[in-house]
Ligand binder design. Structure first.
Ligand code: C5P
Length: 218
């Protein structure tokens, strides 16, 4: 690998997307949102009427959709079979189903291979749940972002009109449990990762801290 890879892992609502995009902009790097790929796969499965309670059915069909993910930190595009799904993949139906789809080993094998293709020779900030542990264990800088459950729920409900903090906190707790307890590539902190608790930090402070860590490792 020739270019820098920054691996940004952590639970939902920890600030990964905003921080990753800010860091990528600051360093002139590309940006990859791997969660968007799992969401795109889930959107396609729902559209096809695949039974999401049946991991065998998900695994059998996950090779079918063509998922293409852009790497521009200012507006990462994501297409499934040529359809722009940037909006639809954020809908509640997809958010509620994505962790079940992401737990299927065949789905992970396919998307991890695709992610490694996009990462290529580096020069990229990659956010997800298993970037430092599985997708790119050789990443030069590994960050594990956390925040209190309440802070994470507050951030998400501020982003989503009509959702209460409590409903968000419950939905996130369900997703966190599924993501940390699944058999294949569960969310966990990678060896050598720096943990940053962002509960009491502003976005600019977190970005500045990551840029400092990158400068330290360069
Ligand atoms: O980051 P985001 O919340 O969009 O991710 C959606 C879901 O995709 C996560 O809850 C998790 O189930 C799955 N995911 C994953 N591995 C990644 C990125 C996301 O399993 N690298």
């Amino acid at each position: 690998m020739t270019g820098l890879v920054v691996a940004m892992d952590g639970p939902s609502g920890s600030g990964k997307s905003s921080v990753s995009r800010g860091v990528a902009r600051g360093l002139g790097l590309r940006y990859l949102d791997t969660g968007a790929m799992y969401r795109a796969m889930t959107w396609w499965m729902l559209r096809q009427g695949v039974d999401l309670d049946d991991p065998g059915a998900i695994g059998a069909r996950c090779g079918e959709p063509l998922i293409v993910c852009g790497t521009d930190p200012d507006g990462p595009a994501i297409h499934v079979d040529g359809i722009d799904v940037a909006g639809p993949i954020r809908q509640a139906e997809v958010t509620g189903a994505v962790s079940a789809v992401a737990a299927v080993p065949e789905v992970r094998a396919r998307l991890v291979a695709l992610q490694r293709e996009v990462i290529g020779s580096g020069g990229i900030v990659v956010e997800g749940r298993d970037i430092g542990t599985v997708v790119c264990p050789g990443a030069e800088v590994k960050i594990y972002l956390t925040a209190s459950a309440e802070a994470r729920a507050q951030r998400r409900s501020a982003e989503l009109a009509g959702s209460t903090v409590q409903a968000q906190q419950e939905a996130m707790a369900r997703r966190d449990t599924l993501d940390t307890t699944r058999k294949t590539d569960p969310l966990s902190m990678a060896d050598g990762a720096v943990e940053l608790d962002t509960t009491a930090m502003s976005l600019d402070e977190v970005i500045a801290e990551v840029l400092r860590l990158v400068a330290e490792h360069a």
